[in-house]
Write a protein that binds this ligand. Structure first.
Ligand SMILES: O=C(O)CCC(=O)C(=O)O
Ligand SMILES: [Fe+2]
Length: 279
């Protein structure tokens, strides 16, 4: 498929599509601006992923950082966290989550080392930078939600399950079988970009996929989670996606969403940044 072949794309198409040279220059810019030892690199862009507004990056975290973050989620997260009503997750797995608010409270009360809060901030800023560069964002973009999550297969559950861990959806609209995506609650309509940074691969199943419609047969492309790998995409109906069942073990990630709407910015970040500045 050539660059700019947009026949599968729906929704807002006002996003960048890059060729390899532009991508290389983005990677060089990311490296120059990032930490000396950062190896963050965009390895797959729209055409490889069968959609213009998607990319995969590698190198956001080192192995020991991934291990620490998984341990922190296991220790401090809350089952079902982040979803008050109508969880989109399968009942065959547990979903444990930890928000940035919880992370700073734990740090504040001395239960979480400050270096881990710094790590969460650093990796989320790196993710934001790659989103900003890839999509050539030229106006203020805000974090809207930060969620450390693990999905784990329930003990004794059949490995031949046919359910999905996370049903096919768009992040900022409610998708219906006829393909209409309605920008209404309960979906988070203010989300503009999404980034999922994976923390491990020692589980069965759990692949992330992009899909052209709501049927599981319509999978376009798969992203296999691995420590430090990130999938970034615009949050609308042009990026329907889901997660295959986690058949064994625990699949953990740092999920981030961004918005142009200042009203929905993640206000707890101000407290976190002040706290880190003072400390
Ligand atoms: O964990 C993933 O790979 C994707 C999760 C997701 O799509 C979501 O939380 O909206
Ligand atoms: Fe999603």
């Amino acid at each position: 498929m050539g660059f700019g072949d947009g026949k599968q794309f729906r929704g807002n198409q006002n996003y960048a599509v890059f060729d390899t040279e532009v991508l290389l220059s983005i990677n060089i810019q990311i490296r120059r601006r990032g930490k000396q030892n950062s190896k963050l690199e965009i390895v797959k862009s729209g055409p490889d992923l069968k959609g213009a507004n998607r990319f995969v990056a590698e190198g956001l975290l080192w192995k020991n950082q991934c291990r620490s973050l998984v341990d922190i989620i296991k220790k401090f997260s809350i089952v079902g966290d982040g979803y008050d009503t109508g969880s989109p997750h399968t009942k065959m797995e547990t979903f444990e989550g930890m928000s940035l608010e919880r992370a700073i409270l734990l740090t504040y009360y001395g239960l979480l080392k400050i270096k881990y809060l710094k790590m969460i901030v650093q990796v989320s800023e790196d993710a934001k930078q790659s989103i900003t560069r890839y999509f050539r964002v030229e106006k203020p973009l805000y974090f809207t939600y930060t969620h450390l999550v693990c999905r784990s297969a329930l003990k004794g559950i059949s490995k031949n399950r046919t359910d999905l861990s996370h049903e096919i959806h768009a992040d900022n609209c409610n998708i219906y079988p006829d393909g209409i995506c309605e920008k209404q609650p309960p979906s988070y309509i203010w989300r503009d970009y999404s980034a999922i940074i994976y923390l491990n691969n020692d589980f069965d199943g759990g692949e992330f996929f992009f899909s052209s419609n709501t049927q599981p047969e319509s999978i376009e492309t798969i992203v296999q989670p691995a420590c430090g790998r990130m999938v970034g995409f615009s949050s609308g109906s042009e990026n329907l996606h889901g997660v295959n069942a986690v058949r064994k073990g625990s699949r953990c990630a740092l999920a981030l969403w961004f918005t142009f709407d200042e009203i929905y910015r993640e206000k707890v970040r101000d407290w976190v940044y002040d706290f880190l500045d003072e400390g």
